[in-house]
Design a binder for this molecule. Structure first.
Ligand code: TGC
Ligand code: FAD
Length: 394
């Protein structure tokens, strides 16, 4: 059986439309030709290949599911397949696209006024304007409702004070969507502010020392009396449901994306196992290695079906429930992380180097396990849906 036929043992390909397959294959070719040859260098150096952004834009990656404003208007399935291929390259590349599309363009499209949409979306779709999403704070990650970033009304402006932590693309963003509580209110008062690069009092500082998501920029954002014009507030949403609705989109994409990392690890490990010989025969011929490969493939097939079903539900019904999203993100990231670890073991000592992909994916997936809602947060979202009891806090 060919490599592709083995990975797609259940012919999931047959469940996709021609358009979905075409966009996936276009992105896959881009990853193989343009990205895989350079990803190791970027991971080692802690950099991101900005020169590839125009090509990503040309393929319709940014704001892929949105309609109008230069966006491709694709299905959720097509978007998921794009993210799967990007993460087959590296989580850093996929994160760039998720943040730009689901976390920045989506809220402007869903909650912005016409002037904001015209001002930001076409440039973002073209990759000429980069966005970032500021929800997490140094002391409030899993519980964003506790955020202390505040905005106070002053004439026709808002005065923003506070900080955000672990913000993907923070140092390169032209616009940051910053979620803040207004006028001394609680979580129900949270609003989204479009904070633009260069606004006095706004500083983005790169976070160094990461062992994960190295081929991605991650920043701390600080706001000291930043005067944000009223025209830069998203008028269409108030409360925690604003940022959380963006997360639904991004988490659904991560369900597909994690399977991309898993496929890269599985295919690489299979190839390596067929070539590497010990005790006079390929390690792929040992039953223990075969069990590892069988477990990996089994979880990939299940995870891909899960992601596909979730996105189809979203396409057919216009929305999915948070617990449907949580189940997919929770399962697929966990199994992808296990697959990356097992793949790493098949490579033996070679597996700990950056010459082969599994340890890079393994390290990245540690972040994916934590961001977009930690594994534990998704457990509790499901727990609440199953029992009706809230196990989050008091
Ligand atoms: P709770 O009382 O449950 O809800 C508050 C309000 O929000 C509504 N809501 C949702 N709306 C839309 N989608 C969802 N998934 C929603 N979940 C809740 C809810 O109906 C309510 O609305 P209303 O109108 O009644 O006020 O809120 P809580 O404070 O108990 O928190 C719930 C919890 C823990 C599930 C939530 O806060 C959570 O998901 N925490 C995790 C935070 C998180 O995921 N942060 C991610 C930051 S961004 C990121 O990581 C980007 S990584 C880069 C990349 O993607 O590549
Ligand atoms: P904490 O909330 O402090 O959690 C620590 C541990 O406690 C976790 O294991 C958690 O599951 C557990 N825990 C917490 N509460 C409970 C509970 N009630 N019950 C059981 N266990 C619990 N954020 C953004 O806003 N924008 C971004 O662009 C962004 N990009 C990121 C990029 C990277 C590389 C990383 C690593 C993070 C990024 N984040 C971003 C932040 C990310 O969303 C948070 O790290 C995540 O939400 C968890 O918050 P925390 O790190 O503060 O952990």
């Amino acid at each position: 059986m060919s490599r592709a036929a083995i990975t797609d043992l259940y012919r999931i390909d047959d469940l996709l439309s021609e358009e979905e397959r075409a966009i996936r294959d276009t992105v896959a070719r881009f990853i193989d030709k343009e990205y895989l040859p350079i990803v190791g260098k970027h991971f080692r150096n802690g950099t991101f290949p900005m020169e590839l952004v125009p090509q990503l834009a040309d393929m319709g990656v940014f704001g892929a599911t949105l309609k109008g404003y230069g966006c491709a208007g694709l299905s959720n399935v097509a978007y998921g397949l794009i993210l799967q291929e990007l993460e087959r390259g590296d989580s850093g590349l996929r994160s760039f696209a998720s943040v730009q599309s689901s976390l920045c363009m989506f809220p402007i499209h869903a909650y912005g006024n016409e002037e904001q949409k015209q001002r930001f979306l076409p440039g973002m779709a073209a990759g000429k304007l980069i966005g970032c999403f500021g929800l997490t704070e140094p002391d409030y990650g899993s519980d964003p409702g506790g955020m202390v970033t505040r905005a106070r009304k002053s004439g026709d402006e808002w005065v923003l004070n506070g900080s955000k932590m672990w913000i993907t693309n923070g140092t390169i963003a032209d616009v940051a969507i910053v979620w803040a509580k207004v006028d001394g209110g609680g979580a129900e008062s949270i609003k989204g502010f479009l904070v633009e690069k260069g606004m006095p009092g706004y500083v983005a500082k790169e976070i160094h020392g990461k062992f994960s998501l190295r081929a991605s920029f991650t920043a701390e954002l600080a706001f000291q009396d930043v005067r944000v014009p009223a025209k830069n507030v998203l008028p269409g949403v108030t409360g925690l449901k604003g940022p959380l609705s963006c997360l639904n989109k991004a988490r659904m994409g991560i369900g597909f994306a994690a399977m991309g990392a898993a496929v890269a690890c599985f295919e690489g490990a299979r190839e390596y196992a067929l070539e590497r010989k010990t005790f006079g025969k390929p390690i792929a011929g040992f039953q223990l290695t075969q069990e590892k490969l069988a477990d990996m493939l089994q979880e990939i097939v299940k995870g891909q079906l899960l992601a596909l079903r979730l996105a189809r539900l979203a396409d057919e019904h216009g929305k999915v429930s948070p617990e449907q999203v949580s189940l997919c993100k929770r399962n697929n990231v966990k199994v992808a992380l296990e697959i990356a670890r097992v793949a790493r073991s098949i490579y033996g000592a070679n597996g700990i180097t950056d010459e082969y992909p599994p340890v890079r994916h393994m390290l990245n997936l540690e972040s994916v396990y934590t961001y977009e809602g930690t594994h534990e947060v998704h457990t509790l979202i499901l727990g609440k849906a199953i029992t009706g009891l809230n196990a989050f806090g008091n």
